[in-house]
Design a binder for this molecule. Structure first.
Ligand code: SF4
Length: 700
């Protein structure tokens, strides 16, 4: 008989589906979709449905701290005191000798909000550096800049409930049928009930999302800005714009008009490789819709012009006045379960908690005062890719990596490995022995995983959920907050003597008071008894806020939304050449998650896409004498990958696709996709360019 039913949230994607957790007499858990949860209404995708395997199978878990005295020594089991004393002694000595900017923390969008908050407090408030960044830098940072510059703050304006009120969707640079399946299922159900709803998909690949769309704009990679501007131009030409909204609630419209009128539709069509009639059709559908929602993910964000792509897309919502009303708005689809929570507590090298600005001296002083420290450094910290560049140069000497696997997930991973080898001290705090990054660790700290600790997360629609502890962590694994607080105390810092996780949450809630993300009236009791809430929750018994900007007042100084003009309409990635004639784009497959340290151990999740394959157009394959299943070598300026070919006309000619999940540990003979990608980033968001690498392909 099951003991007791607990409510929790899926630990994979940013959709944030609600779960019911039951335990049997042997402490084995069972996972079901929560029929009362407002996000998924009982539905779960393949990853969520198989979460219990991940928790019940502890065979791959890190069970006790391990340490080595030098790189020539093997890792040895030690107790927690020895491990954290050593960490504190090494960090103190490096900081004394080289200053606080010689150490850094690289964390994850899978950390709970309390973990993110306390790690930020430690690094920015007490270690005296802003060198803390997150793997969310790899997914969402271009969208963060887009929202901040358009609306004044990093604020997703809408809710999933708006999907059922909209009649036109532009899904671009995203394949929610694979990567946000339950959100996509809601859209499908809405369309089944309302056949007039139009879905436009923009993607160089005919993904499942694009195949089911009413219109697929199969653009040439990197031409997104030209396409969105062409749609904007057509809307202007037809007068399908909201003049009242533009005049009263926005700034910068004239410059926008000037930019979109520079290229004719014919020119844009040629540059994007999209028929002019399809661009017109997309614009017409958007222009006449009563509720227009744009949805996007990594296809836009992971680019050297990622912020410009975001600006061009957001501008379509502004000219049509489709913000702050039911059933409309721009909706960035968060990849990780708590990327949003991380942004709220300032979990990036250029942010401060509660949406305060690191470059603003008043904001720095407010945060410093709250934490009881003298000051916060004004210098932005190293971002994700910069940390590894500076490990390579030797400016960064020690790195503490929590819940992420950069030896597989960062671009140009051969360089990342060199950087990790060059580091003086590498701490890896994780749950699984499947992480490739462990090979470079001087200190391994076993962490408690999902359901083994309590805390909160915020999903893509600003919804905060409490996640309870249901089972004990195996071996000596401990919750991340305990590990970080113990380390902080060993460093001699005040302000980390918390009785439990709830006290950390309460401290953060107090900090939000009076801000636009105020949750000072949302405590653990309400979350446990009343369920999840969308921020802000800023009054006693406040029910949460499903939609922002209903008063058409934005968070900018003028309270107007801003048309940001893309600094370039063309892509700035390294172009294909005679030596590297193909464009490689990378992405996810349906049943795998990140570097497969969790989903990779569930056999039924391996059946859909059992091994990495190179998707290539049959005409390109024919020219290279490559047949289905042949082993190919894909090479870029950075490295190569050997992988079998899958011939498919679902991809544009001249473009090839590889999945991003597999690392050395899982598939040593085939290597990793990120051997090939470039260490190039968007200059504003510092997000890497995973979607456009010039490569060559040959039969091996
Ligand atoms: Fe989990 Fe995302 Fe699937 Fe929902 S859609 S069950 S949150 S992986």
């Amino acid at each position: 008989m099951p003991e007791k039913v607990l409510k929790s949230t899926c630990s994979y994607c940013g959709v944030g589906c609600g779960l019911l957790i039951t335990k049997d007499a042997k402490n084995r858990i069972q996972v079901d979709g929560d029929p009362d949860h407002p996000v998924n209404r009982g539905m779960l995708c393949s990853k969520g449905r198989n979460l219990h395997y991940v928790v019940n199978d502890t065979s791959d878990r890190l069970l006790y701290p391990q340490m080595r005295w030098s790189r020539s020594h093997p890792l040895e089991r030690v107790d927690w005191d020895t491990a954290l004393d050593r960490a504190a002694q090494v960090f103190k000595s490096i900081i004394e000798k080289h200053g606080p900017d010689s150490v850094g923390f690289y964390v994850s969008g899978q950390c709970l909000t309390e973990e993110y908050y306390i790690a930020n407090k430690l690094v920015k408030g007490f270690l005296g550096t802003n060198n803390i960044d997150t793997n969310s830098r790899l997914c969402m940072s271009s969208a963060v800049v887009g929202y901040k510059k358009t609306f004044g703050e990093d604020s997703v304006p809408i809710s999933y409930a708006d999907i059922e009120l909209a009649d036109c969707f532009l899904i671009t640079g995203a394949n929610p049928a694979y990567c946000h399946p339950i959100l996509y299922r809601r859209l499908e159900q809405h369309k089944e009930k309302n056949p007039d709803v139009r879905v436009i998909a923009v993607d160089p690949r005919l993904t499942d999302t694009a195949a089911a769309a009413d219109l697929h704009l199969q653009l040439i990679p990197g031409t997104d800005i030209i396409l969105y501007n062409a749609i904007g131009r057509r809307l202007l030409q037809l007068g399908l714009i909201d003049k009242d909204f533009i005049n009263n609630h926005t700034e910068g419209f004239n410059q926008y008009k000037e930019q979109v009128n520079k290229l004719s539709l014919r020119e844009a069509s040629k540059l994007c490789g999209v028929p002019m009639a399809d661009i017109k059709k997309a614009a017409d559908w958007i222009g006449i819709s009563k509720g227009f929602i744009s949805m996007w993910a990594m296809g836009l964000n992971q680019s050297v012009v990622g912020t410009n792509k975001n600006f061009a897309l957001l501008n379509l919502s502004l000219i049509t006045g489709q913000v702050g009303k039911p059933g409309c708005g721009p909706f960035s689809l968060t990849g990780q379960p708590n990327a949003m929570g991380g942004r709220e507590v300032g979990g990036m090298a250029n942010l401060l908690a509660v949406h305060k600005d690191l470059t603003n001296p008043e904001h720095r002083s407010e945060v410093a005062q709250f934490w009881g420290v003298e000051s916060i450094s004004p210098k932005p910290g190293y971002t994700a890719t910069q940390m590894f560049e500076e490990l390579e140069t030797g400016k960064l000497k020690a790195i503490w990596i929590i819940c992420t696997n950069p030896a597989v997930s960062l671009p140009d991973v051969n360089r990342v490995e060199k950087a990790l080898k060059n580091a003086r001290f590498v701490v890896v705090q994780d749950i699984s022995n499947r992480s490739d990054t462990l090979a470079y660790a001087d200190l391994v700290l076993p962490a408690a995983g999902w359901l083994e600790k309590e805390g909160t997360m915020t999903n893509s629609e600003r919804r905060i959920t409490y996640l309870p502890k249901a089972v004990n962590a195996p071996g000596e694994a401990r919750p991340d907050v305990e590990i970080i607080c113990d380390f902080a105390q060993k460093m001699g810092f005040r302000g980390f003597n918390f009785y439990n996780t709830e006290e950390i949450y309460q401290e953060y809630c107090t900090m939000t008071r009076g801000t636009s993300i105020d949750i000072s009236y949302l405590n653990y009791d309400r979350l446990k008894t009343e369920g999840s809430f969308q921020w802000p929750v800023n009054e006693y018994r406040h029910p949460g806020t499903p939609r922002l900007f209903e008063d058409r007042k934005f968070y900018t100084p003028s309270q107007k939304a801003v048309f940001n003009i893309p600094a370039t309409v063309t892509n700035r990635s390294i172009k294909p050449s005679a030596a590297f004639p193909f464009i490689l784009t990378t992405g996810r497959v349906r049943d795998q998650w990140h570097t497969m340290t969790k989903t990779g151990k569930v056999s039924r999740l391996r059946t859909h896409y059992p091994k990495p394959v190179l998707e290539i157009h049959p005409a390109d394959a024919f020219a290279l004498n490559i047949r289905e299943g042949n082993l190919c070598e894909v090479s870029s300026e950075n490295g190569n990958v050997r992988v079998t070919a899958r011939l498919t006309d679902s991809i544009r000619k001249g473009v090839v696709f590889l999945p991003m999940h597999w690392g050395k540990k899982l598939n040593s003979s085939l290597n990793r996709t990120n051997n090939l990608t470039q260490n190039m980033v968007d200059p504003q968001s510092k997000e890497p360019d995973f979607k456009f690498t010039a490569v060559k392909v040959a039969r091996y």
